[in-house]
Design a protein around this ligand. Structure first.
Ligand SMILES: *Cc1c(COP(=O)(O)O)cnc(C)c1O
Length: 413
């Protein structure tokens, strides 16, 4: 019901706090999904910086040059990190989904203009993020999903076989979300280059992490604009950039490719109207938050946070591999780890973990639990406790199964 009379500020804020009671405790180190945390200082800065610009409007950088400048500096920082060179250009978006939507839209518009393709298709591995399918639905692009190899990496030969004259886009992920492995970007980008079509590398998870792992000496295959044929990349700052939610970057190799993402019209009585992404009115908050956190953390800080997250991920993988009946999927190359249970219901184990306060994504096929390991897990020393809770959960689910009890299953509610 619409409130008839207003309520005091204190009372409203108190209720907001109270309503968090049943949410996951994402800063406590027991949540392996959805949220990222690099400690109080970075968190407080992100909150403070974004709140100072929350009600400004990024729709018009002429009115808010401060936001225009922060956006182009953030895009420039990411272009630098991903070796885009002086030609690379892009925009900030509100998240990985919007960045990916824009990559799909740009590919469709480019080949409508350049080749008069009216029934566009894109070819992508089964492991590419659901946002590509969303883009396909929104923009009328047919999505052709191609099975991946036994190592969960994309299969470039199978992708090549799915390409035809209507194909406008091929996709690689670095790393892909479900098993955390890096697709063979060079081979996939080569398919695009040969045919003069677009190749998007989804670096939503890896766009900050992989450049840091590379600097730390980890063997990371080429995945960014150094690879010929890559035309665009997405990277989420609200994930491993540890900034406030609502911040991602879409980068194009050059301005010519970028122009196909933007929208302009004067076909209404409100005059010339232009926007870079899906939104019209758009908060300047996440842009300011991202700019501030990148400035504060810097390469030194991201090296430290990445090392911490990767080390925790390695500890998790080693612990899972030592656990009978547990199988790690693929060879996790960054900070995402998925595992399955071979002798009990995997999702029942996930629910038993949740009952103990530990939250992982439940995914499939194959039925598996997914852990997004980040700095908070290193900071809180979470891995040992997680493995202990996993052992208890496995025992509980195995015992229930021998007793013939119905195991709890994942729910939509
Ligand atoms: C998170 C993610 C996305 C989608 O990003 P949102 O910020 O959730 O919209 C896309 N691709 C990958 C690999 C991701 O991890």
């Amino acid at each position: 019901m619409f409130p008839k009379t207003g309520r005091p500020v204190d009372e409203v804020l108190e209720e907001l706090e109270a309503r968090k009671a049943n949410d996951v405790d994402w800063r406590g180190g027991k949540v392996f999904s959805l949220a990222y945390d690099a400690g109080d200082e970075i968190h407080d800065l992100a909150v403070e910086a974004s709140s100072r610009y929350l009600s400004t409007n990024a729709l018009n950088p002429m009115a808010f040059p401060s936001i225009g400048r922060m956006q182009s500096e953030v895009v420039g920082m990411m272009a630098d990190l991903l070796n885009g060179g002086p030609e690379a250009s892009g925009f900030m978006t509100t998240g990985g989904t919007e960045s990916i939507l824009m990559a799909v839209k740009a590919a469709k518009m480019r080949f409508k203009a350049e080749r008069r393709i009216t029934a566009p298709e894109m070819v992508l591995p089964t492991t590419a993020h659901a946002a590509f399918t969303k883009g396909a639905e929104y923009f009328g692009v047919r999505a052709i999903r191609v099975p991946v190899g036994d190592d969960y990496r994309a299969d470039p030969d199978a992708m090549a076989a799915a390409i035809n004259d209507n194909t406008v886009l091929v996709v690689a992920s670095a790393p892909q979300y479900p098993q955390g492995v890096i697709d063979p970007v060079e081979a996939i980008a080569a398919l695009a280059e040969e045919r003069g079509i677009n190749c998007h590398v989804d670096g939503c998870m890896g766009g900050v992490t992989l450049p840091m792992l590379e600097r730390l000496g980890y063997p990371i295959p080429p995945f960014d604009f150094r690879v010929p044929g890559v035309t665009s990349m997405s990277v989420d700052l609200h994930k491993y950039g540890y900034t406030a939610k609502g911040a991602s970057v879409i980068l194009h190799r050059n301005k010519v490719l970028r122009k196909y993402q933007t929208f302009t019209t004067d076909d209404w009585l409100g005059g010339f109207y232009a926007s870079s992404g899906v939104l019209g009115t758009k908060s300047g908050g996440p842009i300011a938050g991202a700019w501030a956190v990148l400035q504060h953390v810097g390469e030194e800080g991201y090296l430290r946070l990445t090392k911490a997250a990767r080390t925790a991920a390695e500890e998790l993988v080693a612990g899972l591999r030592a656990e009978p009946g547990v199988e790690v999927l693929g060879e996790p190359e960054a900070t995402l780890v998925a595992f399955t249970v071979t002798d009990a219901d995997t999702f029942a184990v996930g629910n038993a973990l949740f009952a103990r306060g530990w939250f992982c994504d439940q995914q499939g096929p194959p039925p598996s639990l997914h852990c997004t390991v980040n700095a908070v897990h290193a900071e809180k020393g979470s891995i040992a406790g997680f493995l202990e809770a996993l052992r208890e959960s496995l025992a509980e689910v195995r015992e229930a199964a021998t007793k013939g009890e119905q195991a709890p299953y994942a729910s939509l509610e």
